[in-house]
Design a binder for this molecule. Structure first.
Ligand code: C2E
Ligand code: MG
Ligand code: MG
Ligand code: MG
Length: 276
């Protein structure tokens, strides 16, 4: 868009960029002043064993109902939180809530893990391990009921991140899953570096597994490799019976997706656990 500046010349004005920049600044400021307990909540999306169809866990997914803007998608605000360091305090809130909830379900004798998304930025934080240890202790929860989901390309991650990931497995004892595997720069060489417990096969691959023979072969190869080195696989974003059938035939271990259950509040999830 061009605007006449009134001086026999033109200034260029990209209104699209400006709107985007304004929105980002607005979200940044609203995130900084957000009342977490009032505006944030966590939904739990079931993860099932592909054969027994029993629920084996839930992924904790953050929701933001901004006082000013209403509901804002995590796809939009998480990247902004990551850029502005807010992710550390938001991540702390999520860990506290999710671990508290996991401990409650554990005391009710539901044998399920809660998966917590930890952003690469949080891995840089010096007190991540101590914080997790403290929250687990405060809730008397064994680390085996927590799974940490990491998307970082650990093959090119710095020494410190590698050290932190090893501490998650080692001194802390939680399990770690690689999230969104098969997109971006994820490489098979990761699997050699860490004793990951599980690969989460990314939704974009699952989306086309029934229609794109190339992506079908990729998923098949990932599942075969994971099996041969003793790592479990879970498919993300499973929406159709066709996809479920293909994944079963390929030997995928677990599934998560709208077909099996949408992200839901803790009460709804608890109802599912009662009938599990
Ligand atoms: P993710 O960790 O890969 O989470 C899975 C996303 O896929 C979730 O989106 C979930 O609602 C969606 N999903 C699951 N099954 C289906 C399906 O069958 N169909 C469709 N269309 N979508 C499905 P959501 O909740 O919007 O979260 C988006 C991303 O935001 C997450 O991707 C994760 O990267 C990030 N995120 C969410 N909560 C947190 C958090 O507490 N901390 C951090 N660091 N990131 C988070
Ligand atoms: Mg995830
Ligand atoms: Mg994912
Ligand atoms: Mg993601």
């Amino acid at each position: 868009e061009m605007k006449d500046n009134g001086k026999n010349g033109f200034i260029f004005f990209d209104s699209k960029f400006s709107d985007k920049a304004k929105r980002k600044l607005l979200l940044e400021n609203l995130l900084k002043s957000a009342d977490y307990d009032k505006e944030f909540s966590i939904l739990y999306q079931p993860q099932l064993n592909i054969h027994s169809k029993k629920i084996i866990g839930a992924e904790a997914l953050l929701r933001w109902n901004s006082k000013e803007l209403g509901s804002v998608s995590p796809e939009e605000f998480i990247p902004i939180a990551e850029e502005t360091d807010c992710i550390n305090s938001i991540g702390l809130w999520v860990m506290e809530q999710a671990i508290k909830q996991s401990a409650k379900w554990n005391k009710m004798c539901y044998n399920v893990k809660v998966g917590i998304n930890v952003s690469p930025k949080q891995l840089d934080s010096k007190n991540l391990i101590e914080t997790l240890t403290r929250i687990l202790e405060e809730n008397s929860l064994s680390p085996k009921y927590i799974d940490i989901e990491i998307t970082e390309n650990v093959a090119v991650a710095g020494e410190y991140k590698i050290h932190q990931i090893n501490s998650l497995f080692g001194s802390l004892g939680v399990s770690v899953s690689i999230d969104d595997f098969g997109t971006g720069y994820s490489a098979l060489s990761y699997l050699k570096i860490f004793p990951f417990e599980r690969i989460k096969i990314a939704k974009p691959l699952i989306d086309v597994i029934a229609t794109d023979s190339f992506d079908y072969e990729i998923v098949k190869a990932v599942i075969t490799l994971a099996k041969s080195i003793g790592i479990r696989t879970i498919a993300e974003g499973v929406e159709s019976e066709d996809q479920l059938e293909i994944l079963t035939s390929l030997g995928c271990d677990e599934v998560q997706g709208f077909l099996l259950g949408r992200p839901m509040d803790k009460y709804e999830f608890e109802k599912l656990l009662k009938n599990n």
